[in-house]
Design a protein around this ligand. Structure first.
Ligand code: FAD
Ligand code: NAP
Ligand code: SF4
Length: 674
């Protein structure tokens, strides 16, 4: 067996878990949708069939005030039980186990009825919470117990008490948010009382033979967060109070340190769980950026924890565990930690799904139509759109020929993976390379597709030819100091010390990130990364933060420019934009908005400030163009003129606001119906 530690059962005494994989809690948005529980049942059942030992639902509030948003789910009365049974029955039928997460949002609630330990507004929500009265506290503890009891009645195998990420329980635990002077505030014993009383009440309500997970914030990553001795003390008390398992929480939502995005090194925080392992005997789960079986195996072999929590990796591939069992890691569709279709959607009140797996949370909707007759199909372009289409269409039984003029598949992903912090994009390419083989797609690399190449009896042609970089009409654009992002990232043309980047979309940000780094990417060097984000591995102070980040000086002096007067990076991901901005600020990148480009000349780039009309010449060695893209449609037009039946997907269809999420989804949708 390739992953003996990961696949080893865990005996909890009253019940067994079949392996060491916990699917961590993720809000899907289905919780609040009409008919959502039926869809959720299939979502979880698919992961149970895929071999996950134990899953945790998205956070469900124990009462009205604890809801995350006005229409968020709560489990507080018998009438809520029935719909949860749809989920638990489906999971049990599929051979899995599932626990309900009880989450009271406290001051993170996005509604005016929010409550907290004290009346202190969070920096990430617009509402000031009401400080809870003694009566409210006592009632809330009862509500947790009632919720757990109802979860048991609904057939859940356990509950997870959400005590981390800065939600209500965390707000009681730390001085930052708890300024109370009664018996719930002040000393640490008092601040710990709330979680411990909740845990005791829950245990009384559900008994011993029911999995009770406590998610404990092991490193808050905010000033005024818990100290390490406090974390240990709480964990010992939680163990004493009878929790079955302690799960790891990393960072509050308001922390200005990235904890799960793609630039966070793999297993970046497992050392914290390991530190706690020396202090307690209760099984521990570790978490964050564990996305491949070998990473999980290594974490367990290093004695960091008894189980690993993976959430997004199981959105990306429901069959992750089974593939690990069958030694098929090459066929795992790896989570690239982009957040683009999961967390970004949830924060925009949209249903979560996955960039690399658009079927996630659409299990009952994105299904293949029956194949009436097999077609011979040509696909032009092996970027994300072409790859998704080709493999899915071949799986349905079509004969698929995939053409690309490049030496390898992947299209722009071969450029994206050059960016420090985007190394995960290699995994998507590895996955598709193996899937192409597995599904029998006929691959024609280094082959220019033309109406002639495609005249070999193809019934339909799918043009996934991507995009062409836009060249803005700036006087002097032909100057030798002007480079495109492709020149820099793909062709590795030399770049000088001082650089202006024209365009501040996703690619402008990525190119700037590339230019300020030299040598090894911090994402591949944990200690360097921890220092750059100000995380103290010695955990000497509260919250686990250093006094200030220790930044390696930038490799170049970069100025980013855009014509719009709006904030730079506004169009970046909802949950990741701040990370890109902060990362570039750390490297002293200058961001200039509201300019017109007047000329590129021997001196540099001359710009005009829209607000004042003043001009300035930036003395730069190179000007790098990241000014968006246009659809690559020429071939499609020629084919249509010659009477071929053509479908356009990805960038070749629409280049504006194109991303890999849309490219893959469009490719998949067409393949399921063609
Ligand atoms: P492409 O990836 O452009 O692929 C088109 C393919 O068609 C190419 O391989 C090309 O060689 C081939 N081709 C074209 N014409 C012919 C022909 N006539 N014959 C044969 N072959 C042909 N997106 C995200 O969602 N998240 C990100 O974080 C992200 N980061 C990025 C970072 C960078 C630096 C870059 C450049 C892009 C990034 N993107 C990101 C964008 C993403 O890569 C694109 O949206 C996606 O690749 C578009 O997919 P596509 O299949 O439409 O086209
Ligand atoms: P983009 O997001 O559309 O940005 C284009 C930039 O070029 C804008 O800043 C725009 O700003 C500027 N611009 C547009 N026309 C111009 C012109 N004629 N002259 C000068 N400047 C011009 O496109 P992109 O950066 O090329 O990215 C392409 C796609 O890849 C994006 O849609 C994005 O979703 C995806 N991507 C995503 C990520 C990610 O992290 N999620 C990363 C990289 C790429 P002004 O008009 O204000 O000047
Ligand atoms: Fe992972 Fe991105 Fe999919 Fe979210 S959308 S599960 S981060 S690959």
């Amino acid at each position: 067996m390739k992953y003996p530690k990961l696949l080893e059962p865990l005996d909890l005494g009253f019940t067994q878990l079949k392996n060491r994989v916990l699917m961590g809690s993720m809000h899907t948005g289905l919780e609040e949708e009409k008919g959502g529980f039926e869809k959720m049942a299939e979502f979880y059942a698919a992961r149970a069939r895929g071999g996950v030992a134990l899953m945790v639902t998205g956070g469900i509030s124990p009462n009205f005030r604890g809801r995350l948003a006005p229409h968020s789910s709560q489990l507080s009365s018998r009438r809520h039980v029935k719909k949860h049974q749809i989920v638990t029955e489906a999971v049990h039928k599929a051979g899995g186990k599932i626990a309900l997460q009880i989450l009271h949002a406290g001051r993170y609630a996005y509604h005016p009825l929010s409550v907290s330990a004290s009346k202190i507004k969070s920096p990430i929500t617009p509402f000031t919470p009401k400080a809870m009265t003694e009566r409210m506290i006592q009632k809330t503890i009862k509500h947790y117990a009632r919720c757990a009891r109802l979860a048991k009645d609904a057939g859940y195998d356990g509950v997870e008490i959400m005590g981390s990420e800065g939600y209500l329980i965390n707000q009681f635990i730390v001085k930052r948010t708890n300024k109370r002077t009664d018996s719930w505030g002040g000393s640490y014993e008092n601040r710990m009382r709330f979680p411990l009383e909740i845990l005791k009440a829950v245990k009384d309500a559900v008994g011993d033979n029911f999995i009770t997970i406590f998610r404990l914030s092991m490193i808050d990553l905010v000033d005024g967060g818990s100290t390490w001795p406090e974390v240990v003390q709480l964990a010992k008390e939680v163990e004493k109070a009878g929790a079955t398992i302690i799960n790891t929480g990393i960072g509050w939502h308001e922390a200005r340190v990235p904890t799960i995005t793609t630039s966070v090194p793999r297993r970046a925080f497992t050392w914290v769980t390991k530190k706690l392992r020396e202090e307690v005997n209760v099984p521990l789960i570790t978490s964050n950026r564990i996305n491949m079986p070998e990473v999980a195996e290594e974490v367990l072999a290093d004695d960091c924890a008894d189980m690993v929590s993976m959430a997004r990796p199981l959105l990306a591939d429901p069959d992750f565990v089974i593939k690990a069992e069958k030694d098929q890691r090459q066929l795992i569709n790896t989570c690239i930690a982009c957040n683009q279709a999961c967390l970004d959607h949830v924060f925009k009140q949209q249903r979560a799904t996955c960039l690399v797996n658009p079927k996630a949370c659409y299990e009952t909707e994105l299904v293949a139509q029956p194949l009436n007759f097999k077609k011979k199909l040509a696909v032009v372009g092996s970027g994300p759109a072409g790859l998704a289409f080709a493999t899915e269409a071949a799986m349905r039984g079509h004969e698929v020929h995939l053409f690309d003029r490049a030496k390898k598949v992947g299209g722009q992903f071969n450029i994206a993976n050059q960016i420090p912090g985007k190394e995960e994009f290699y995994e998507t390419l590895r996955y598709y390379e193996h899937l192409l083989e597995e599904t029998g797609v006929h691959l024609h690399l280094e082959t220019e597709a033309t109406p002639e190449t495609l005249s070999d009896g193809f019934e339909e042609i799918i043009v996934a030819a991507g995009v062409l970089p836009r060249t803005p009409a700036i006087p002097g654009i032909e100057h030798e100091k002007v480079l495109s992002y492709i020149d820099v990232l793909l062709h590795k043309k030399p770049v000088g010390e001082k650089v202006a980047v024209i365009g501040a979309g996703g690619i402008g940000f990525d190119v700037s990130e590339y230019l300020v780094h030299e040598g090894e990417s911090p994402t591949l060097n944990l200690n360097e990364w921890l220092k750059e984000w100000g995380i103290d591995r010695l955990y000497e102070d509260d919250g686990g933060l250093l006094d200030k980040p220790e930044i390696t000086p930038p490799a170049r002096q970069v100025t980013m420019l855009q014509r719009k007067e709006t904030k730079m990076g506004k169009g970046l991901g909802k949950t990741t934009g701040w990370i890109h901005r902060n990362s570039l600020k750390h490297k002293k990148v200058t961001m200039v908005t509201g300019v017109n480009y007047k000329e590129v000349n021997d001196e540099g780039l001359t710009i005009e400030y829209k607000s004042s009309g003043k001009t300035e010449t930036l003395a730069v060695d190179n000007v790098i163009i990241c000014a968006g893209q246009l659809p690559n449609r020429e071939l499609a037009t020629q084919l249509e003129e010659q009477g071929f039946k053509v479908h356009l997907i990805g960038g070749a269809d629409v280049a504006a606001e194109l991303d890999a999420k849309r490219a893959i989804r469009q490719g998949t949708e067409l393949a399921l119906s063609i």
